[in-house]
Ligand binder design. Structure first.
Ligand SMILES: C[S@@+](CC[C@H](N)C(=O)[O-])C[C@H]1O[C@@H](n2cnc3c(N)ncnc32)[C@H](O)[C@@H]1O
Length: 284
């Protein structure tokens, strides 16, 4: 199950990342449109604002060794390396993403060498990370948790690689809190999203919090930022309709086309209160 899922995720990002970068740039995550989602702003700025708002919310003000779990093409990694003058390691399942992220780091003068501002990337599985325990003082995971087939193992691995006192910042797709139990319409809606975006399943934010508590994370805080980020999907739908995107979609292949055709699933999911954007920060 896991091997197949990881291969699907890899193939999805191998095929779609180039197009995403061309149309959207280096950040593969939601934008932040103000606490109520009412602010109008440039789409790339909204994505950068999500990173800065997350940092402000978490209270993290410094970090020297950072791990970016599910790093995409290194959008957050390079941002965090620069901001904190830090060494960042990014992991992804996609070799295409890891190579592109390394290329971008080199172009930014952040390739691994003796200077302390550096970013390096590798293909690795977040559920079995190739790092010694207590290696990092910040673990950052922006929209990768939804892909993890074992959420407890995921949080456990993040805990293991953090130094004592280190902090986790997690932002991930969730479903609404339960009870009441998800009805069959909601389950069908989620199943379509899972299929299109290669997600095994998502859980609610309170469930993430319970897992974190059971793993002995300290100073746990959570927040639901669904309102702040939901407008993102309408902007993506607009951008997918421009001629360059349509041509790019045709070249990227069926899984990417299917993802584009299904963008409405996310915006409707937010509108119905089924899809939630969950934040969790905690320290070791
Ligand atoms: C939506 S992208 C987010 C990229 C990046 N965080 C950003 O905000 O630009 C999801 C990322 O999670 C990664 N991912 C999914 N499952 C993973 C796993 N088991 N181990 C490592 N990375 C994983 C994918 O390879 C991809 O890079």
């Amino acid at each position: 199950m896991t091997a197949t899922l990881n291969q699907q995720i890899q193939q999805f990002y191998d095929a779609s990342s180039g197009l995403w970068e061309q149309v959207w740039g280096e950040h593969m995550h939601h934008g932040y449109y103000g606490p109520e989602g009412k602010q109008k702003k440039d789409r790339r700025q909204a994505q950068i604002d999500l990173i800065t708002e997350l940092l402000t919310w978490s209270g993290v003000q410094q970090a020297a060794q950072i791990l970016d779990v599910g790093c995409g093409i290194g959008g957050s990694s390079l941002y965090l390396a620069e901001k904190f003058q830090a060494a960042v390691t990014g992991i992804t399942l996609s070799p295409v993403q890891a190579a592109r992220a390394a290329e971008r780091a080199q172009a930014a003068g952040m390739e691994p060498r003796s200077n302390k501002v550096q970013a390096q990337f590798q293909v690795a599985d977040a559920l079995n990370m190739p790092f010694a325990s207590s290696s990092f003082d910040l673990v950052w995971s922006l929209e990768s948790g939804e892909h993890m087939p074992d959420k407890a193992k995921f949080l456990q691995e993040c805990y293991r690689v953090l130094k004592p006192g280190g902090r986790l910042i997690l932002a991930t797709w969730c479903h609404r809190p339960i009870p009441p139990a998800l009805n069959s319409e909601e389950q069908t809606h989620l199943a379509k999203i899972y299929q299109v975006y290669h997600l095994p399943y998502v859980i609610s934010l309170p469930e993430y919090e319970q897992i974190a508590q059971s793993l002995n994370w300290q100073n746990i805080r959570t927040a639901d930022w669904s309102k702040a980020v939901a407008p993102f999907w309408d902007v993506v739908i607009d951008s997918a309709l421009n001629p360059a995107s349509v041509w790019g979609l045709l070249s990227a292949g069926w899984p990417t086309i299917q993802a584009a055709l299904s963008l409405g699933l996310m915006s409707n999911g937010y509108r119905q209160g089924l899809i939630r954007f969950g934040l969790l920060t905690a320290s070791k």
